[in-house]
Each structure stands twice: as C-alpha cells, then as structure tokens.
Design a protein. Structure first.
Lengths: 391, 391
C-alpha cells in the first residue's frame, strides 16, 4: 500500500460521474423528474396544503407498503420522529439511551429532547454501525439487570433504549443487536433516516425497532423538502404517534379538547405531495444509485491507499452516500484530499465529528470508542446523487 | 334582550358571505390567487426545496419588513417558534410561565416542552386577552420579588415569563402588560400566532415581546402549509434563534460540528416559497377580512342576544377569526347554535376548552379565571376567510 495520489482519486470520481449541469458536483441532490409539480399544483388548487389532505395519507401508505411495516406516520423531520419514537418506547427524563458515537447529531439531540442522556457506543468497520459484540461485552461489565430492566452501575440511571443508525444507508447488524436488546431488556429504535431502500437479510430496515424512523431531508434518497416518518409494526403505537404528533386533539365536531401534552409535528400536505411523487420514483433512484456505487467500486479498485466501502454481509444497501475509507496509515491525508477535491469542484466531506467530542455531550457516558475514532479520520464521502449515473 | 333566534343568526351570516363553491362554508380557508404555483414550481426546478434557498431568506425579510421587527426566523410552526423563544428568553425547566387559560393548547404545550409549568391567567372581555390589572393584583398577592426576579410564594418556583396571546387577532392590552412585566422582572413573549396584520397603538403586534412568534398554519391569515416564525428586535437573539433551530451547526466548508443541543425546526424552502406568494397578497387579504368584519358588524346589529366582537380600543385587528359573543343569559344556547349552524352548512365553533380544564394541565397553578370561564361559554366563531367577502 502506498500514499493515495489525490489526482488518481479525482480521476476515479470523474470517470464515474455524469455531470449534467455547471458548477461543483454536489454530494447529494434531489431529482424531480416525476409528478412533483403536478401533485404540488393539485395540492395548492385544492387549498388543502396544511395538516389535512389526501397526500399525507397516501404518502404514509406508500411508505408502509415499501418498507413492509404495518404503519407509517409522516412528521416534520427525522429528529422529531426520533424524539416521539423514544417517548413512545418509554424513554423518560434521566434515562440513558445507547447511541452510536459515529452518527449525525440528531440521534443524540432527539435523546436529549426527551430529557434522556445519550450513552455512546462504538462502531464496527464491517457495517459502520454499532458493534453488537463490543456492546454486549460492555453491558456485561457496566449493567445491572433485574426485573425492571437494565441499570448503568456507574451512573445509577436506567438504560432504556438502543438506537442503531444505518450509516450512509448501510444496515447495522440487526440480529445480534436485537439479541443484546432482548437480553438486557432494552427497547430498540432504528434510526433509518439514511436507509430508505436498504434491506437486512431480505427485509427492509426499520422492521426491527419497536418503532423506527425515516428522514426526507433535501439530501436524502427521496425528499419532501423537510420531513420524516415514524414507522412501526405496532398499530396501537402508530395510532398514538399520530395523535401525539398532531396536538393530541380528541376528535369532535367542534370541541377543542386535548388529552396529552402533544406536539405539532405533522407533515403538511404540500410536503407529502412532493413525497408521493418521489416515492413513485424510488425504485428507479435506487437502481441508479446502485449502478453508481458499482462503477465507483470498479474505478477505485486500482487507486492506492483508499477502499470504496461496499454493502455489509447480509445487506442490500441503498448506497445513499458513497464513501471511501482511507488506509489507516494514510488518515493524515484526509484534509488534503478534502481540500483538493472540493477545490476541483467535486464536493466531498468527512464523516461527522464523533458526538462525544461535542461540548454539549462531552460528559455523557461512553464505552471505548477506538473503532469509531479510527473511522472518523478515514471516511470521505463522495458525490452520490442518482442523477450522476451515466446511462 | 331576548333569547337569540338561531334562524336570525344564520340569516345574518348568509347575508354577509359570498360562497364561491359547493359544500359547507369553512371557518377559514386559504386563498391562493397570486404567485403560489409559480414560486413553488421555481423552487422545485431549482432543486433547492429543503433547508437552504432564496425563498426562506426572502420570506424572513418580508415578515420583518411588514411587522417592523428587526429580524424574523422562519421555522416549522408556531409551537416550535414559541418553545425556542421561551428558551432564548431564559425559561428553564421548573420555571413557571404565565399563560392565558383562554388560548390554543400550543401556548401551554410549548411551555411544557421547555420543562416549564404553565400558570394560568384570566382574560378581559375588552380584548379577549390577558387582563393586566387582574394580573398585577394577583402578583401583588402571590409573588416574591427580589434581585433575581419573581418567585411564586406558594410553589417556590421562579416566574420567568409571560405570554400574552392575541386572541383571534385582537391585540391584548400590551402597554400595561409590559408594565407588569417590568415591575415583576419577567420576560414578555408575545404569542402573535393569530395576529399577523394586527396593530396595537399603530405598531404591529410582536414588537413588545423580547421575542414573539407568528403562525402560518393552513387556517391562518397567510399559510405556508405548516410554518411559523420567531420575530424579535434583538439581533443577537435572532442569530441564536436561527442557529438553534438549524441544528446549531458551526459553519465550516466540510466539517460537521455543533455547539448546542439544537433543533431541526427550519422551515423548508418550498414552504417559504408559498409564504412569499402569500405575503405579496397580505394587504389585500387584510382589507377583505376587515370588510367582511364590517359587514358582519352591521348584520348582527339587529340580532337579539348576540354581539359581534369588534377590535379593542387602541387596536387595529386583522379579524383573523370573527367571533360572536352570546349575552350572558343566553350562554346555554351555545351548543344549539353550534349544532344548527353546522347542520345548515355554516361552520362555526366554540372557543378552546380552557387549558386549566385539560387533564395534563389540571394541577398547574392558576388565578381566579372567572372572566375566561364566562367567555368560554359565550364565544362562537363564524366563517372568516378573505374569499368570503362580497365584492
């Protein structure tokens, strides 16, 4: 292995992508080539742009149909979805929630929004997600287990839930993680914000959590402008999620009564209209993105010092955000590569700063994070839009 | 005074409104006769439908320009705006916040979302908003004042803030309320969710609070599908509001670092596109709504047992939601009127159930609420859409 030649990296990326327009190549931009304009216009014409309307119901049905969960509840974004999912899984103030150190800040923010404390877990290189074996060994050491669940021996706080996150769309190893949750009486909430279209052992991600969440932010595989969803196979929880996210109003012809401290986290109908049009194209987007990933994989086969990350065993990934892994010896080249690629008009980025390093989470409990620390300095994301695929 | 004749009420409403389409007359529906479709299409064509884009900046500038505040920060909805405004005003968990008992549940929910406790205040019939004299006398009795602010003698909790809400768009009596806040060292946050276009002593509502909030829900004077804004004359707070509502990311060419437990409360660009088109028509909407209110006022002059509520002294109201006040002796007729008008295809509704009566707020502190209790059984809202105005 030798130091990566940055020109070779740039050449490999350029050999794969088909840039339709001027200017820098984005990391991920949406593609609106279906019924987006027609559905949004229809929504405006109907005047039902807000919290009631046919597109919300239809979008929720399309999401449930595609992912194979029983129910989907559309909300304003993935962070809000995660906060409500945690609350419905029974997470209370001062509980701890096991969260990967290597994830977008929303996973820990939503935990904090419940008044709970994120407790950071290491990742494994195979999936870029939570390491089930390491988590199990760690809990053996720090957790007290009794009839009421699992307690952190050191802090005395209950550890109520675990949030595996499917990094860049690559499924975490859900079966052994489910086993750890069962053993330690913790609830699993899948943060599937990045993994719409990703399958684990033939089943769509989001089917393992008591509740799971999706995101439709502008940089995701499909977008609603801003948006997210809670998905679950528990119909009673789905009903409660809908109720809690729509101000907990008790249905009545005219009376205004509410029976919970609810939230205004509903997805507006106009955003759902965009979502319906996007869902119609999802299979096409996924095919294009897989094709792009395959081309990247071939193009990087002969570039020294970097490896194109491919889907984990047992997984079929959506390849939401394509990613290179620098060889360990070459991690110090990362910033130079980021600088030169961005200067060359090819947007690249490192992974998120590990959450335990952010000021507001610095004092949160955590296990040894050596794999996450290693990945943090080696990951580089490269352009991944479906529209970059050469035909 | 005699018992209201329901047929006369229905006839008075019918004499005023111009119903363009089939089916029941809504309480309030949006009107999309400007650049809505063009701006939304432009937004989709640009691919910038999500959290970055020119419409968000433009919408914020239009809001600031119209209301005369220095800065507006567009967010997902009014509830989220209120939560962040309270946090930025220094409200902490276990503080008390003075909130009208007669308001939409969001005012109290947002307080609870901060971990604070709503403390319910009575209204006055003149404005339908907080009664400043009654509040002042109440605080004289229950509050301890020292250098650090105001404490509730009974609960021992700090009373940090007051949220006057401008009911149906009618401004609360802001000058004496400001005086009470100054005397008791409490921050004022105006809940101007319903009062875009309403002025108090010649100045737009939202200019008295340390921060104030607007709502653009589908039933409001203008709509963005779902949406809200924080408005403030404090530019440093506005900057922090923008930062906190957009995940508190530190700007950097590629690095992902965050310096607060932030929120994903940004308004997507596609919703702001709708908002820009609506703002262009706001003056027209307000003129039509005022005209509708004037006609209602005339039509109800000769209907026994009810009074059409007109703007308070010193105020120019937007007449967001028009309202009848039943004579005290006739309050027991309310449900019959609601039933018959709705049966006749004219949507009407009572005011919100007083918040202190809802299960989740039942144990919150409150003053004597006799005026709010009286108003609760006497208010009936009647159709108010700008599009109902006869030309």
């Amino acid at each position: 292995m030798s130091t990566p030649d940055i020109d070779n990296i740039i050449a490999a990326i350029r050999s794969v992508i088909h840039q339709k327009k001027e200017g820098p190549v984005s990391l991920h931009e949406p593609c609106f080539e279906g019924n987006e304009r027609a559905y949004v216009k229809d929504c405006i014409d109907s005047t039902w742009v807000s919290y009631v309307g046919k597109y919300v119901d239809r979008f929720e049905d399309m999401l449930a149909g595609f992912t194979g969960v029983k129910k989907a509840v559309a909300v304003v974004n993935g962070t809000a979805a995660l906060q409500i999912a945690l609350q419905l899984a029974g997470v209370k103030a001062n509980d701890e929630v096991l969260v990967p150190a290597l994830t977008f800040v929303a996973t820990a923010n939503a935990t904090a929004h419940c008044g709970a404390v994120p407790h950071f877990v290491d990742s494994e290189e195979k999936t870029l997600g939570m390491d089930p074996d390491k988590l199990k060994n760690y809990l053996k050491e720090i957790a007290n287990l009794n009839d009421n669940g699992c307690t952190n021996k050191k802090t005395g706080r209950r550890i109520k839930a675990v949030i595996p996150m499917h990094t860049f769309g690559h499924p975490a190893d859900l079966d052994p993680l489910t086993e750890v949750c069962r053993e330690y009486k913790m609830e699993m909430i899948e943060d599937a914000a990045e993994s719409l279209g990703s399958f684990y052992k033939g089943k769509h991600t989001g089917n393992w959590g008591k509740l799971s969440i999706l995101s439709f932010n502008g940089n995701k595989t499909i977008t609603t402008g801003g948006g997210g969803a809670i998905i679950t196979n528990d119909e009673a929880l789905a009903k409660l999620a809908k109720h809690l996210t729509s101000t907990a109003k008790i249905p009545h012809r005219w009376e205004y009564r509410h029976d919970y401290i609810g939230y205004n986290y509903r997805m507006p109908n106009i955003n759902a209209a965009l979502g319906c049009a996007q869902m119609e194209q999802l299979t096409g987007f996924l095919n294009k993105k897989r094709n792009l990933a395959e081309r990247y994989s071939r193009a990087f086969r002969n570039v020294d010092g970097v490896k194109f990350f491919t889907e984990p065993p047992h997984a079929k990934s959506n390849y939401w955000l394509n990613c290179l892994l620098l060889d360990k010896a070459d991690a110090e080249q990362r910033n130079k590569i980021l600088e030169k690629t961005n200067d060359a008009g090819i947007m690249t980025r490192p992974v998120w700063t590990l959450l335990n390093k952010l000021n507001m989470f610095r004092d949160c409990p955590r296990m040894d994070l050596s794999c996450a620390e290693d990945l943090e300095v080696r990951i580089i994301n490269i352009p991944s839009s479906a529209s970059l695929t050469k035909s």
